[in-house]
Design a protein around this ligand. Structure first.
Ligand SMILES: *Cc1c(COP(=O)(O)O)cnc(C)c1O
Length: 342
């Protein structure tokens, strides 16, 4: 029997043609395709400006730099995320302050409030597993919120899209994400000044004065692929929501808790009373790759204590193979194997 991976991109003939067109043109560095991608994001998210970058991590780094976060500052981030957020904070020389999450795995605004100090320069709110974090409560706290939409492009709260609540928003086009260009990302904002600083720092060439800058430009091959994928986003989201409704007949999903949230089901995360590690091993033996939704939490990496909700999620949650390119036959096998183990 063939193995069923945990993630698999949906790549179409249009995607391949979009990349081939760039290769044939000879213009492969950041240029027209990236501009078209940025324009599409500006229209859809009402950004005054968007800038396509090589990764979500680069977008996070630029977002923090645009807010002039640096040594001596604190940035509040949830513990229940991948290390990309921690890395981006540390690149700037600022100090991360970890906070716990709610039962849905999203940053808890009450915990953020208690963690705020005079040094707090920003909060990064990631919409985990495709479900919106409580943006209204976070924005009310009065600290600039960077919205990390890496897992939740297409999701919304009461009809308003994620990516339109924060002062800056970041996206990732890594191979496992909702839409992909292999590697890639984008930063966008409704604030012209912040974006002009982000753009300035992302490109070292043709600058009048010297400042330590970065080379954070996407290639046009990646941009063409990301744009082609972006055009399929609505279809991908519909397909994921239909699949979620079928999975929900057998396993209640963890998502969502935020009021009015319309998730995109980037991951189908379920809680199990069984030992999560044993479920994962059992599934692997049947060539179905059920995984931990998060490899390790940040406070586990850093040896910190006092994050009970994240700890409970870590020990009880698994993520099922779940993506638009899963065939009906594969889907049935995932459900059968998961039912037998959960
Ligand atoms: C994937 C991801 C990132 C990092 O994006 P890369 O493109 O891999 O650098 C950041 N935040 C979240 C929530 C992610 O899921």
């Amino acid at each position: 029997m063939k193995m069923i991976p945990h993630s698999r991109p949906s790549l179409s003939r249009n995607d391949r043609a979009a990349v081939a067109k760039v290769l044939c043109s000879g213009q492969i560095a950041k240029s027209r395709e990236a501009e078209a991608l940025e324009g599409a994001f500006e229209r859809v998210f009402s950004f005054v400006s968007a800038f396509a970058v090589p990764s979500g991590t680069a977008a996070l780094h630029l977002a923090l730099l645009a807010l002039r976060v640096g040594p001596g500052d604190e940035v509040i981030i949830p513990t229940h995320v991948c290390t990309a957020l921690l890395n981006a904070v540390r690149y700037t020389g600022a100090q991360e302050v970890l906070v716990d999450v709610g039962e849905d795995g999203n940053i808890d605004p009450g915990c953020v409030k208690r963690a705020m100090t005079r040094r707090t320069k920003a909060v990064i709110a990631a919409h985990m597993w495709g479900a919106p974090a409580d943006m209204k409560a976070l924005v009310k706290l009065g600290v600039p919120v960077i919205e990390d939409c890496a897992q939740a492009i297409g999701a919304s709260i009461e009809g308003k899209q994620v990516g339109t609540f924060g002062v800056l928003s970041v996206f990732s086009f890594y191979a496992t994400k909702m839409i992909t260009s292999g590697e890639g990302g984008l930063i966008g904002s409704g604030d012209r000044q912040l974006m002009s600083r982000a753009r300035d720092l992302a490109d070292y060439d043709h600058q009048r004065t010297y400042e330590m800058r970065f080379n954070y430009k996407i290639t046009d091959m990646q941009a063409a692929l990301a744009l082609s994928q972006f055009r399929c986003l609505e279809r991908f989201v519909c397909s994921r929501r239909r699949m979620a409704a079928r999975y929900a007949c057998f396993f209640p999903s963890l998502l969502p808790l935020t009021e009015g949230a319309e998730p995109v089901f980037y991951r189908y995360v379920v809680r199990t009373a069984k030992n999560a590690e044993r479920v994962i091993k059992g599934a692997k033996a049947k060539k179905v790759f059920i995984e931990r939704p998060l490899f390790r939490s940040l406070h586990q990496y850093l040896g910190q204590k006092g994050f009970p909700v994240s700890d409970a999620l870590m020990s009880s949650c698994v993520s099922l193979p779940f993506y638009p390119s899963l065939t009906a036959v594969e889907e049935k096998r995932v459900i059968d194997v998961a039912r037998s183990l959960l």
